[in-house]
Each structure stands twice: as structure tokens, then as C-alpha cells.
Design a protein around this ligand. Structure first.
Ligand SMILES: [Ca+2]
Ligand SMILES: [Ca+2]
Length: 294
């Protein structure tokens, strides 16, 4: 059972039926497939100010480059077209005996679960049958497991970032609470695709997007990296905890589902565990260059 995504709600109010988001054909960036070089470092990541799992710790990495954006549907389509790769969600899932993935659904009076396993949900149909990536080529690919993300990175001759690499790149030498400063929405401006309103019942859509936004629609950090915070969580290759029995990895940055009253993990040090063999419609990834061994 994929326990992380089978969460029951105890309350719900009327009019909390699922919403629909129109397709987004636009691109917010002129060029998407670019990277930024980051110098190697021995540094401290984490924070002792928020959740206990984020506590400060030491990391070290050599110089690397990192994608400026999350991997998009368009980019993943090219990978699948050239390789014939079949993702985890397209194969029968342990515990469910059918293909599919977890999909967020706003709770209703009839169903209080906000995560539901949806048969037929996969990267081509992120919200399940009836949904598609048509006209969503610039949005981040989702419904990709750790193994899928790793396969894509390998095909590109690249790798998934370690948590240290990802967090160092996201922070971009800043020490503020949020990557862009100490206010979540300075002067009322939303700086990342998250959730405004009372999660999971009301989404005011102040930032313009109910689900995923095309990559690069919000200001980049000081290293020129887009959507490190929000839009979709991103896989790292770092185990969440050394004690984990099954492969559980740290994911970073928060997603369009992070709200002030829930999750609030739209900060660089924030982290969350995710089983590597499962996929959802709010987790994607970006790649880094392979580490050069000495
Ligand atoms: Ca949003
Ligand atoms: Ca992100």
C-alpha cells in the first residue's frame, strides 16, 4: 500500500467539488533546455528553524551544472519516442494490481480522500482517463517515478541531483526564509506556483494556476533557476532517511499543492519522503551533470 498518498480527511464542506484547469499552450521562456554551472562546495544545508526533518547537516559536492527548468512534457515525449520507454505508472502497481498513479482530488462529501489511486493515470494522462498533455508541452512532466526520472537522466547522459546539490542551487547563496526573500508573497505578488486559500477545500487561484504551470512563469532565483520552489516537487537521488527499508527518496521544493495552512514546504531546506516506485501528479524532476570522480 502506498501509504503516503492514501490520506483520509476528517472534514469537508459543501461545494468542494473538483475544479478543472484549462490547457496552457503558452511558454513563459524563450529557451527551455539550458543549464547553469554551479561551483563545487562543502557547505551546510537544512535549517533548524522549521520542521525537525530539515535539521542542518554537512554536504559536499564537486562542480556541476543543473537544468534551469523542470523537465517538460515535450522533453519527456522525445525521450519516450526515441527509446520506447514504459513508465512505472503504465505497468501494474504493487498493491493495486492495475496500472495507474496517485492523483490529487479536492475532497467531496462522498469522498474525503484527497489522494486517490487512479487507474490509467500516467504521464500522458496525468489526472487519469480524460486528461492529457495535449497543449501542455511546456508544463513539467509528472506521473514519473524515481526510476522513470533516473532513466530519463541516464538517456541524457546526466543524473538526478543529490539533495545537497539541489538545495545549494535552490538557495543561490541567499539566507532568507524563502529563496526570494523573507515574505512568501512580497507586496502581494506570488513568486511561485503554490496554493492560495484553505487547502484542500478552497483554491483562490491568485497565482493563476490550479495545477501545473508552464515552466519558467515565475521569477528565477539568483542563479537563474526557475520553479525550484513550487510547481512540482522534484526528485533527488538522496534517500530520505538511512533507516528506510524500501527506496524512499527526498523530494524538494514543494508543489502547486503547498499552502500556508498545509505543507508550507515552499522553502529550499524543506524535504518530504517519497517512495521511488510510485508516481503522482505533483512530482517531477530536473537533471544535473554527472559527478566527475577524482
Ligand atoms: Ca497555483
Ligand atoms: Ca519545482
Amino acid at each position: 500500500m502506498k501509504y503516503l498518498y492514501i490520506v483520509a480527511l476528517s472534514i469537508c464542506i459543501a461545494n468542494c467539488s473538483p475544479q478543472k484547469t484549462p490547457a496552457t499552450t503558452k511558454t513563459c521562456l524563450g529557451k527551455i533546455s539550458t543549464t547553469v554551472q554551479i561551483e563545487g562546495a562543502r557547505t551546510i544545508i537544512g535549517s533548524n528553524m522549521f520542521y525537525p526533518e530539515e535539521r542542518e547537516r554537512s554536504v559536499q559536492f564537486s562542480s556541476f551544472d543543473i537544468d534551469t527548468t523542470e523537465v517538460t512534457n515535450q522533453m519527456f515525449t522525445k525521450f519516450v519516442s526515441e527509446t520506447g520507454y514504459v513508465t512505472t505508472a503504465e505497468k501494474p502497481q504493487a498493491g493495486f494490481n492495475t496500472a495507474g498513479g496517485a492523483v490529487f482530488k479536492q475532497p467531496t462529501a462522498k469522498n474525503l480522500n484527497w489522494w486517490q489511486f487512479v487507474e490509467g493515470a500516467n504521464w500522458r494522462a496525468p489526472e487519469g482517463p480524460g486528461s492529457s498533455i495535449k497543449d501542455r508541452g511546456f508544463e513539467p512532466v509528472v506521473q514519473v517515478s524515481f526510476e522513470d526520472a533516473q532513466a530519463y537522466a541516464k538517456w541524457k547522459g546526466r543524473d538526478l541531483p543529490s539533495e545537497g546539490q539541489w538545495e545549494f542551487a535552490a538557495r543561490a547563496n541567499d539566507t532568507t526564509e524563502f529563496v526570494w526573500g523573507d515574505e512568501r508573497a512580497p507586496e502581494g505578488q506570488e513568486m511561485a506556483n503554490s496554493w492560495q486559500g484553505a487547502f484542500p477545500i478552497q483554491n483562490t487561484l491568485k497565482d493563476g494556476y490550479q495545477l501545473r504551470a508552464p515552466v519558467g512563469c515565475y521569477p528565477p532565483n539568483d542563479y537563474g533557476l526557475y520553479d525550484m520552489i513550487g510547481n512540482v516537487w522534484e526528485w533527488t537521488k538522496t534517500p530520505y532517511s538511512p533507516q528506510d527499508q524500501n527506496p524512499v527518496y527526498a523530494i524538494k521544493g514543494g508543489s502547486f499543492l503547498c499552502a500556508p495552512n498545509f505543507c508550507a514546504r515552499y522553502r529550499a531546506p524543506a524535504r518530504q519522503p517519497q517512495e521511488g516506485d510510485f508516481s503522482t501528479n505533483h512530482i517531477g524532476f530536473r537533471t544535473v551533470s554527472k559527478e566527475v570522480s577524482n
